[in-house]
Design a protein around this ligand. Structure first.
Ligand SMILES: Nc1ncnc2c1ncn2[C@@H]1O[C@H](COP(=O)(O)OP(=O)(O)OP(=O)(O)O)[C@@H](O)[C@H]1O
Ligand SMILES: [Mg+2]
Length: 245
């Protein structure tokens, strides 16, 4: 899938320029967005998911421009899967009901079709035994896997994730990343904000490095990890990799 950002700028009501003239165009399968805290990564992801509108500039996917008016955005959001850091599940619903609900309420599935789809998906990702549990009865890793299953149940072409593993204990991170990698291998396009540098390097083909609202560097992930083109990225990577190598 090809993504194009043309002079994308976001200024919030307080006048702060959170995204500053972002220009980008690449084909990707999995695109990792990395960078220091407060730089604008989540803002950019929310904008790509149609949850926020840019103050200026344009976004397009595979050549078709995103219309940021409310009527079109409702349609647009339906075609995209979204997974946030944590606490994305409905707490009063079981894992299975969490997957079923949007299929019926948003996507017009019959109850039977939604149940079949949910059971297949949860089974496939090793969650059958837990499907009647409520979120608080699941581990953090299981909760995130249910959230991802729910997001991909309608077979979106694009899945957006904002730090999907950052609230997890380290031993649970792997199972979530494995699931994403499997989905990616099946052709799902993924854009994720992440602090998991191993995943960004090995499982993502493209990388965006955002600093202070600016796209400081981008390109092939593996290459940028091996040979950062800017001192800023080199310093950032040396800091985040310091304790993990
Ligand atoms: N709705 C909003 N109104 C005003 N300012 C906002 C809003 N949302 C975010 N910001 C500001 O925009 C900047 C970028 O925030 P954002 O959440 O995009 O950063 P981030 O790169 O995702 O950071 P982190 O790594 O800590 O999650 C921050 O200074 C933040 O305070
Ligand atoms: Mg963020």
């Amino acid at each position: 899938m090809r993504i194009e950002l043309a002079e994308v700028t976001k200024v919030f009501a307080d006048g702060k320029k959170v995204l500053d003239n972002i220009c980008y165009g690449e084909k990707f399968n999995a695109l990792a967005i990395i960078g220091p805290s407060g730089g604008g990564k989540s803002t950019l992801l929310r904008l790509l998911g149609g949850l926020l509108s840019p103050t200026a500039g344009e976004v397009s996917f595979d050549g078709s421009k995103v219309s940021f008016d409310e009527k079109h955005l409702i349609q647009y959001r339906r075609k995209i899967g979204f997974v946030f850091q944590a606490k994305g599940l409905f707490n009063h619903l079981t894992a299975r009901q969490n997957v079923i609900l949007p299929l019926v309420n948003v996507h017009g599935y019959t109850k039977t079709d939604a149940e079949t789809a949910a059971d297949n998906l949860l089974g496939r990702f090793g969650l059958s035994a837990d499907k009647h549990k409520f979120p608080h009865e699941l581990s953090g890793g299981q909760q995130q896997r249910v959230a991802i299953a729910r997001a991909v149940a309608v077979k979106p072409k694009l899945l957006l994730l904002d730090e999907p593993t950052s609230a997890l204990d380290p031993e649970l991170t792997g199972e979530v990343l494995d699931m994403l990698n499997e989905l990616r291998n099946e052709g799902l396009n993924i854009i994720l904000v992440t602090h998991e540098m191993g995943f960004a390097k090995k499982a993502c083909d493209k990388l965006m490095f955002i600093v202070n609202g600016k796209l400081a560097e981008y390109g092939d992930s593996e290459k940028l990890f091996t040979r950062p083109g800017t001192a800023e990225l080199a310093v950032f990577l040396s800091k985040v990799l310091e304790w993990s190598t």
